[in-house]
Design a protein around this ligand. Structure first.
Ligand SMILES: CC(C)(COP(=O)(O)OP(=O)(O)OC[C@H]1O[C@@H](n2cnc3c(N)ncnc32)[C@H](O)[C@@H]1OP(=O)(O)O)[C@@H](O)C(=O)NCCC(=O)NCCS
Length: 340
C-alpha cells in the first residue's frame, strides 16, 4: 500500500486499535471527505435533507447527494484546509479494486461520467427538481462501492475567529435555505445562556473557540468507537493548542454522548482522557422534536405558494428529530477553579 499520511505526533491519550491512525486532513483528501459527507448527511439522512427543501420524504436523495458533492466543494475545502480537521485512516483497509490499491485509494463517482457527468446534465436541464421515484438502491450501492479508500472517519472544524468566507457562506445558505433561519431561531429562542454569557461572545483572537462542523464514520466501520475517539482527540488537541472551548450542534444521540462521560467513565478516568483532563460539556440549546416546527416559526412566510404556517419542514423523514447544541469547556482546571 502506498504511504498513508503521517499519524499525529500526540494522540493525547486517545487509544485506538493499532490498525487505525489519526491524521491531519489536507487538501488532497477533500473529494473523499465530500463523498463521505454526501453519503453520511444526505443518503443516510440527517435534518440537512429537510433543510435543503428539494428532496421530500420518501423520495430519492441521490441527486441531492451528488449536488452537495459539487456545490459544497468550497465549503469542504475550507474546512479540510483549516489545519484543525482530522481523519482516521485504516492501515489494513482491504481495497476492492486493483487501481485503488495502487493509488492508495480512489473515489469512483466520476468514473466514465456515469454518475457525476449524468447528474450534471440533469441538474443543468432541471435545476432543483428531484422528481424521482423511491430511492434507487442500485445507484446508492454503486456510490457506496465507489468509495474505495482507507479514510474511514472524519471530524471537521474551524477556528471561530476565521469563519469561512462570505461567498462560501452564501453558497451553503443557498444550498440549505432553512439553515440560516433555523440557527437564527435557535440563537433567539432556544439558547439558554444569558446574552452576555462569555461563551456566547464572538472570539477576539485566534485559537479561542473551535467550531466543530460534522463527523462521519464510513459505512462498515460504525460501532467501533472511531467517532468517539476522534471527537475526543480533536477536543484534546484543541485544548493543547490553547482553545478555551468548542461548540457543536448534532442531531445524533451517539455524537452527543461522545462529549459526555458516564459514571463508568468517571471511575476509569484514565480510559477517558477528556474526563481525566477535567473537561466538561453542557447542552446550551435543545430541540426535542423538530417535527413541531412550521416554516413560519423560522420567519419563512411561504414556500411554493403554500403558507409557511402549513408547512412542517421536518415531518415525515427518517432521521432523529432531536438536536443538541453543545459547549465543551476546554480550559484547564486551575487549583483555584470551583469544582465542576
Ligand atoms: C453518527 C456516527 C458518526 C457514529 O459513528 P461511529 O464511529 O459509529 O460512532 P462510535 O463507534 O464512536 O459510537 C457508536 C456506538 O458504539 C459504541 N461503541 C462500540 N465500540 C466502541 C468502542 N470501542 N469505544 C467506544 N464506543 C464504542 C458507542 O458507545 C456508541 O454507542 P451509543 O450509540 O449507544 O452511544 C455515524 O453513525 C455516522 O457517520 N452517521 C451518519 C452521519 C451523522 O449522523 N453524523 C453525525 C452528524 S453530527
Amino acid at each position: 500500500m502506498p504511504p498513508l499520511p503521517p499519524p499525529v505526533a500526540n494522540t493525547h491519550g486517545i487509544e485506538l486499535p493499532a490498525r487505525y491512525r489519526i491524521c491531519l486532513l489536507t487538501d488532497e483528501y477533500t473529494d473523499w471527505v465530500k463523498a463521505l459527507y454526501s453519503d453520511g448527511f444526505l443518503l443516510r439522512a440527517t435534518p440537512w435533507v429537510a433543510m435543503n427543501r428539494t428532496a421530500p420524504p420518501g423520495r430519492s436523495r441521490v441527486n441531492l447527494a451528488l449536488s452537495a458533492f459539487t456545490e459544497l466543494d468550497g465549503f469542504h475545502r475550507y474546512l479540510v484546509n483549516s489545519g484543525l480537521s482530522y481523519a482516521i485512516f485504516d492501515t489494513e483497509y482491504a481495497f476492492q479494486r486493483p487501481g485503488s490499491a495502487e493509488a492508495g485509494g480512489h473515489l469512483y463517482w466520476d468514473d466514465g461520467g456515469v454518475f457525476l457527468g449524468q447528474h450534471e446534465h440533469q441538474r443543468q436541464q432541471n435545476r432543483g427538481d428531484y422528481d424521482e421515484d423511491e430511492e434507487d438502491d442500485a445507484k446508492v450501492n454503486r456510490l457506496v462501492e465507489g468509495m474505495d479508500f482507507p479514510l474511514v472517519c472524519y471530524g471537521l472544524s474551524y477556528d471561530a475567529f476565521a469563519p469561512y468566507p462570505a461567498e462560501t457562506q452564501k453558497i451553503v445558505n443557498a444550498f440549505y435555505p432553512l439553515r440560516g433561519p433555523m440557527f437564527e431561531y435557535i440563537d433567539q429562542h432556544l439558547d439558554k445562556r444569558p446574552r452576555d454569557h462569555p461563551d456566547r461572545q464572538p472570539p477576539t483572537r485566534p485559537r479561542e473557540i473551535l467550531m466543530r462542523n460534522g463527523c462521519i464514520t464510513k459505512r462498515g466501520y460504525e460501532g467501533r468507537g472511531l467517532m468517539t475517539a476522534l471527537n475526543r482527540f480533536i477536543a484534546l488537541e484543541a485544548r493543547a493548542r490553547g482553545f478555551r472551548g468548542l461548540s457543536l450542534g448534532t442531531n445524533s444521540p451517539t455524537v452527543m454522548r461522545s462529549y459526555f462521560f458516564n459514571a463508568d467513565d468517571e471511575k476509569k478516568k484514565g480510559k477517558n482522557p477528556m474526563a481525566a483532563a477535567g473537561m466538561r460539556s453542557s447542552v446550551f440549546a435543545h430541540v426535542d422534536n423538530l417535527g413541531q416546527f412550521r416554516l413560519s416559526d423560522f420567519g419563512i412566510k411561504e414556500e411554493n405558494g403554500i403558507d409557511g404556517k402549513e408547512v412542517y419542514p421536518f415531518r415525515g423523514y427518517w432521521f432523529s428529530q432531536k438536536v443538541w447544541l453543545i459547549w465543551c469547556d476546554l480550559a484547564p482546571l486551575s487549583p483555584s477553579s470551583p469544582p465542576r
